[in-house]
Ligand binder design. Structure first.
Ligand code: ADP
Length: 195
């Protein structure tokens, strides 16, 4: 692991997921993250309706502008009020955000999902799949399900890091942009354990 400071001045911890793909961890606001503006994407911890919400979803919609909501409305419903079932992922342009795409995924509500570990793994796995199908090379995740969906942080970090390691082939960098010191420190500790 090496730790460097980027222009944002937030320390970035770097690991290798494979010979060709790096994992980078930083504390911060995912709505200001970007790498090259054309092959980069941020992941939104959305809900099944995909019409915005609180937490990181609200922050992404505010920063992207109203066009993002219009693009989400165009994603077809798979059943009443469900555009993206839990564990799946959908992609839209990013509009006023400094990245090319927003990948919307839905993590499990920890206390309501029968297999929250499987659903969380699917959310990461399918986000990476959609990224690769759209030639994304750099992707940034928030801590999916670690807000109002109440997934325990340590368990979430193990699923997040092991799943991105397993499915990182074809991407150049996978970032986690963690919103608090506590989340950042847990992700860092888990990366040191698993990588
Ligand atoms: P979920 O419904 O999946 O739990 P939340 O948005 O409530 O989604 O929380 C997911 C994670 O995103 C939480 O850890 C929360 O602290 C974090 N978060 C909230 N705003 C931002 C942001 N602007 N950038 C990065 N992470 C954020």
């Amino acid at each position: 692991m090496d730790s460097v400071r980027h222009a944002s001045s937030a320390p970035v911890a770097s690991f290798q997921l494979s010979p060709s793909c790096a994992l980078k961890l930083q504390k911060g606001d995912i709505t200001v993250w970007s790498l090259d503006g054309s092959t980069d994407a941020i992941v939104n911890a959305a809900n099944e309706r995909m019409l915005g919400g609180g937490g990181v979803d609200g922050a992404i919609h505010r920063a992207a502008g109203p066009e993002l909501l219009e693009a989400c409305k165009k994603v077809p419903e798979v059943r009443a009020a469900v555009r993206c079932p839990t564990g799946e992922a959908r992609i839209t342009p990013a509009f006023r955000l400094p990245v090319a795409y927003v990948i919307h995924t839905v993590g499990p509500i920890y206390d309501m999902d029968r297999h929250p570990d499987v659903s969380l793994r699917n959310a990461y796995k399918n986000s990476l799949k959609v990224a690769k199908e759209n030639n994304v090379q750099y992707i940034a995740f928030p801590a999916i399900s670690c807000g109002v969906y109440r997934f325990p942080y340590k368990e979430a970090s193990r699923i997040a890091i092991s799943t991105v390691k397993e499915f990182s082939d074809g991407l150049k960098e996978v970032h986690f942009v963690l919103f608090s010191d506590e989340l950042y420190n847990i992700w860092l500790e888990t990366a040191q354990e698993l990588l």
